[in-house]
Write a protein that binds this ligand. Structure first.
Ligand SMILES: [Zn+2]
Length: 269
């Protein structure tokens, strides 16, 4: 298993449980500067010629009011390519996109669906290896700038290696400081009490968590925050408020500052 992989993952059955390895800018105003001492020189000139006839003061056009400053264009921390792998319930996609835009302030672009890669299939457990899916998803980053991330969504069960456990089922897998992550709705749809709304919330929250890792966020201590370590329980997901939390919100300004113009400013949060 590669070092640095972090995840928010769960496992079931005999392996039941879950583990998780887991400033824009703005132009500064530049005001017109006055030559130092210009006023005093004029004053001296007047006193040197006291007999000069007074003249009418030069007529000056009334000063035009300054136009209001344009607000700075919103900037995103990254662009996230959203890729569906195989069949996937479409009704959670909008929620995932909204959560990513709102909580992480990233631009999101949906990419055409792709089939699940054969090489990621793990026959002994009839599921897909999440780490191999990350390798597959990395292929979609070719030619993309460093500010691009990719999130794969799948409905099939996914797994990875955790310690002495060769194959653990997981909710999702993301690479801390990496560029790819994947989440599965499989376990998020199966565990605990269920409703369509709750499953959608779980999927969106897990997406924010894993993409957060690729933006350099480790687990945060905010008690209800989305970057909390799930520590083996779907309850941790269900009791999250789905928000970054105060600590993570400060931290992400350091790990993934907003530098990227939105492709469409209307999509900015
Ligand atoms: Zn995690």
């Amino acid at each position: 298993m590669r070092g640095g992989l972090v995840s928010w993952i769960a496992f079931i059955g005999l392996l039941g449980g879950l583990f998780c390895g887991c400033s824009g800018g703005g132009d500064s105003a530049v005001g017109a500067t006055e030559t130092p001492g210009s006023a005093s020189r004029e004053a001296r000139a007047e006193s040197a010629e006291p007999t000069a006839a007074p003249e009418d003061p030069p007529s000056e056009a009334p000063a035009r009011p300054e136009p209001p400053a344009e607000p700075p264009a919103p900037l995103a921390r990254a662009r996230v390519l959203l890729i569906v792998l195989g069949d996937y319930p479409r009704d959670t996609l909008d929620a995932v996109e909204t959560a990513l835009r709102t909580e992480l302030e990233v631009d999101v672009e949906r990419i055409e669906d792709v089939p699940l890669p054969r090489e990621a299939y793990y026959p002994p457990r009839r599921r897909y290896r999440a780490d191999r899916l990350l390798t597959f998803l990395n292929g979609h980053l070719e030619g993309e700038p460093r500010t691009t991330r990719v999130l794969g969504l799948t409905a099939v069960d996914i797994s990875t290696t955790k310690g002495r456990h060769r194959d653990w089922g997981v909710f999702g897998l993301g690479e801390l400081g990496g560029r790819s992550c994947v989440i599965s709705s499989y376990r998020l749809s199966e565990r605990g009490r269920r409703s369509d709304e709750l499953v959608t919330f779980r999927v969106a929250t897990t997406a924010v968590h894993e993409v957060g890792h690729t933006l350099g966020l480790e687990h945060c201590t905010d008690p209800l925050g989305v970057m909390r370590d799930a520590e083996g329980s779907i309850r941790t997901v269900d009791t999250s408020d789905g928000r970054l939390g105060e600590y993570c919100r400060r931290r992400i300004e350091e790990t993934a500052p907003r530098v990227l113009p939105y492709r469409d400013a209307a999509n900015a949060p």
